[in-house]
Write a protein of this length. Structure first.
Length: 467
């Protein structure tokens, strides 16, 4: 059997990913995508909408006379203000022939009028009974039919079940559908953006402030490799050793257990399962008492996915004891940055990865298990997930090593040498608590509650298979 020949790992040189002036246009600032940006920025999949992020939020406005037409204007002005503070929402991507990763570019605006025109091109409002999820599906069908290419950094759809755009909303629930390209956001910064947006919207008046366009470039997020904590190196013996161990662990995924994907094209689908407050509290307390005081529902989620997989596809009798199930779980990398404020302010992707490995999956005999045994399996698997996370959360090199690995995988995909298993392993990820980033009640400058956020539902397009 031939040995798989891997190309050399490209070095992680921070200077190669700094902001620079475009040689083609001196008004444009650009930097090369790196880490998870490189993975989600692969041209073909990005153009198809793979990994695009959606967040649907149902809100009520305190002003019963507000109409959708008036709301549209306020939303557009709020986006203008937000673009000045966080110009990342106005970024674009450039895919060059011969380059594996895209350039992330930003071209400053010249005036409030130009900024407002930009915002108007990114906000869509309708009066009707469609749900936010139906609007998302409608857009994905249209994208597939028209082959319209990569999504913009941000698009906002607004829908309410009223007669027309000039009908007062009263206490009607209004759904916001925030669609973003994963190249510019991760799951955490998507929520940061939405929280910032609602707070800005609550304070937005009928007039835009005078903004000094061109200076907003100074507000672009610094390249993540320049923000690492002290001691988080990107080269040298310690880095190389940690990277080698990480790759060795992850490459076990070539022997992963998973489902058999169908070859046909399908639109991305999503189903939401909700828990009451009492149910959520009970889950939280059970994890702490039965597993470990430091365990979390996120660890339990990995265990639940494992058992669901084994219920859907029980391992056959001939399955060896060495058979594993591994989930390459995304991890919020902001914990590895120097400035703690970045946890709630940094928009670009900061994504590490945690390989969660369950050994000898036959030990979880879900098919013949009663409720007591299932509970035992859940506790056992939750502890496995917790132990895996502890390894990577406590390693100062987890983020740069993960970014280097993402660059490596991007190169493998581009070269056609990535190992194929023929299976797709279910992926579980947790971004924590929405309220950390999105307030339930949002007040104006006078302290009056003007917006109440009732629901937050985050999801993304995922086209299988996924490594």
């Amino acid at each position: 059997m031939a040995t798989l020949q891997m190309p050399p790992v490209p070095p992680l040189v921070p200077a190669q990913f700094d902001w620079q002036t475009s040689p083609a246009d001196a008004t444009i600032q650009q930097r090369r995508a790196t880490g998870a940006e490189a993975i989600v920025g692969i041209e073909k999949s990005n153009a198809a909408g793979a990994n695009d992020l959606y967040l649907i939020s149902s809100v009520q406005f305190a002003d019963p006379t507000l109409t959708l037409s008036q709301l549209q204007g306020k939303v557009e002005r709020a986006l203008v203000r937000q673009r000045y503070e966080h110009p990342e929402i106005g970024q674009t991507g450039l895919w060059e022939e011969g380059q594996i990763s895209p350039l992330i570019q930003y071209q400053p605006l010249k005036s409030n009028e130009e900024a407002l025109a930009w915002a108007q091109g990114n906000v869509r409002v309708r009066a009707g009974k469609e749900t936010g999820l139906e609007i998302r599906t409608e857009h994905e069908i249209k994208r597939f039919q028209e082959q319209s290419g990569p999504a913009k950094a941000v698009v906002v759809d607004i829908v309410a079940p009223v007669e027309g755009l000039d009908t007062p909303l009263g206490s009607t629930n209004v759904e916001f559908v925030f669609h973003t390209n994963h190249l510019y956001f991760d799951g955490i910064s998507k929520r940061i953006f939405v929280g910032d947006f609602f707070r800005t919207l609550a304070e937005t008046t009928d007039e835009l402030p005078e903004l000094k366009w061109g200076d907003e470039v100074k507000n672009l997020g610094a390249p993540v490799l320049t923000l690492l904590k002290d001691g988080a190196t990107t080269s040298g013996p310690e880095f190389d050793g940690t990277f080698g161990q990480y790759v060795g662990t992850v490459m076990r995924g070539t022997q992963n257990y998973g489902l058999n994907p169908k070859p046909d094209y399908g639109l991305p689908r999503v189903i939401f399962h909700t828990f009451t407050t009492a149910e959520s509290d009970a889950i939280y307390k059970a994890v702490k008492s039965k597993v470990d005081p430091k365990a979390s529902p996120a660890h339990l989620g990995h265990a639940a996915v494992l058992l669901a997989l084994l219920k859907m596809k029980p391992p056959p009798a001939e399955t060896p004891d060495s058979q594993i199930y591994m989930a390459q779980s995304p991890m919020n990398g902001r914990r590895f940055l120097q400035d703690a404020n970045h946890a709630k302010t940094y928009y670009p992707i900061v994504q590490a990865s945690c390989p969660v490995i369950f050994e000898n999956i036959k030990q979880y005999n879900v098919v013949d298990a009663d409720k007591e045994t299932i509970d035992k399996y859940l506790v056992q698997a939750t502890k496995v997930a917790q132990d895996c996370y502890d390894v990577y959360v406590n390693n100062k090199l987890t983020l740069p090593v993960g970014m280097s690995f993402h660059n490596f995988v991007t190169m493998l995909i581009a070269s056609g040498t990535i190992p194929e298993t023929g299976l797709t392993a279910p992926l579980y990820t947790s971004d924590g608590v929405n309220e950390t980033y999105i307030d339930r009640e949002i007040s104006d400058k006078s302290g009056n509650v003007t917006i109440t956020v009732n629901t937050v539902r985050f999801f993304l397009n995922q086209y299988m298979p996924f490594m």
